[in-house]
Design a binder for this molecule. Structure first.
Ligand code: DON
Length: 304
């Protein structure tokens, strides 16, 4: 497969369409990013890699971080985690409050904000230094120590994060949050603020394309069974109320973030990241969705 030729076609085809949608503005710091940025990086299991555009520039990974925290929490807590968060698609927006009341404070899945906040709470109760331990884990996955929180993004979200505060407090009132609201939000906003390049994200996500093994050292970091489960949740819940649309168009498990990044995984083949900051109405990168649809169309490869 000539992946570089396919990426070149994609770059040429979609570069003129970078201005579809709107960059996230509810986190003011994110609206400072040039909305026309466009990068892509694909890494194959055989060690070959392909890229174009702004693939080496860091951006805010936002909800993509939820995959890392879920992976850590699942390793540390095992099945107990599922007593506090479900694995069903929500069909509602990533920051929705509506189902929580009906479902007694148990979030539908670990990728909506409520679910990831419960995961954050579980990590805070288990890890010695939650923020540093998370960074250490992500750095290890991509074999690169040059990964940090973006303090200005974390601060910006904290200042405007009324919705997430409501989610924590509501779940706390129903007994599904153990730590203090402020400390959980501090951890959650920091996890979302992690800044990474398309290359770094792709390499980290090779874990889910390589049976739980590190892309470089081949160390077994998580069990293949965990990969099956996390990829399944990405497939059904990774794009919130657009999970069906992403699955229909792209045919791969993936995860988006309001920083405009999308990572997708072809198990046993490759991981790929696209970055284009302008978002559609569901909060997913508008161009990123189209690019990945074109990738699986041109390669003729998806999981289905
Ligand atoms: O909690 C929030 O609203 C953001 N820090 C993350 C949301 C997000 O990335 C949704 N994904 N597309």
């Amino acid at each position: 497969m000539d992946y570089q030729a396919i990426l070149n076609i994609i770059q040429k085809e979609f570069k003129p369409n970078r201005d579809m949608g709107n960059a996230a503005n509810y986190i003011p710091e994110l609206s400072k990013v040039d909305p026309l940025k466009f990068g892509m990086y694909l890494y194959c299991k055989d060690g070959s890699s392909y890229q174009f555009g702004d693939s080496q520039e860091k951006f805010s990974i936002q909800s993509i971080s939820k995959v890392f925290t879920l992976t850590l929490a699942k390793e540390l807590l095992g099945k107990d985690l599922w007593k506090r968060v479900d694995v069903e698609p929500s069909g509602t927006a990533f920051n929705s409050l509506t189902e929580l009341e009906r479902e007694h404070g148990i979030p539908r899945n670990p990728f909506i904000n409520a679910g990831s906040i419960v995961v954050a709470d579980a990590l805070m109760s288990t890890l010695e230094n939650p923020k540093q331990d998370l960074l250490k884990f992500v750095r290890k996955l991509c074999g690169d120590d040059n990964i940090n929180f973006d303090e200005s993004v974390a601060k910006s979200e904290k200042k405007h994060g009324y919705r997430n505060k409501a989610l924590v407090n509501y779940m706390k009132s129903l007994g599904n949050i153990n730590n203090k609201t402020e400390t959980i939000l501090d951890f959650y906003f920091h996890q979302c603020s992690i800044a990474m390049t398309c290359e770094q994200l792709t390499k980290a996500f090779m874990l889910y394309a390589n049976e739980g093994k590190h892309f470089q050292t081949q160390e077994q970091v998580i069990a293949p069974q965990s990969v099956k489960r996390i990829n399944s949740i990405m497939q059904t819940c990774g794009f919130y109320d657009e999970a069906g649309e992403f699955s229909y168009r792209v045919g791969l498990p993936g995860k988006s973030g309001v920083g405009g990044g999308i990572v997708a995984v072809h198990p046993e083949q490759y991981a790929v990241t696209v970055w284009s900051p302008m978002l559609n109405k569901k909060g997913n990168s508008a161009l990123g969705m189209k690019v990945l649809e074109e990738l699986t169309t041109l390669t003729g490869l998806s999981i289905f």
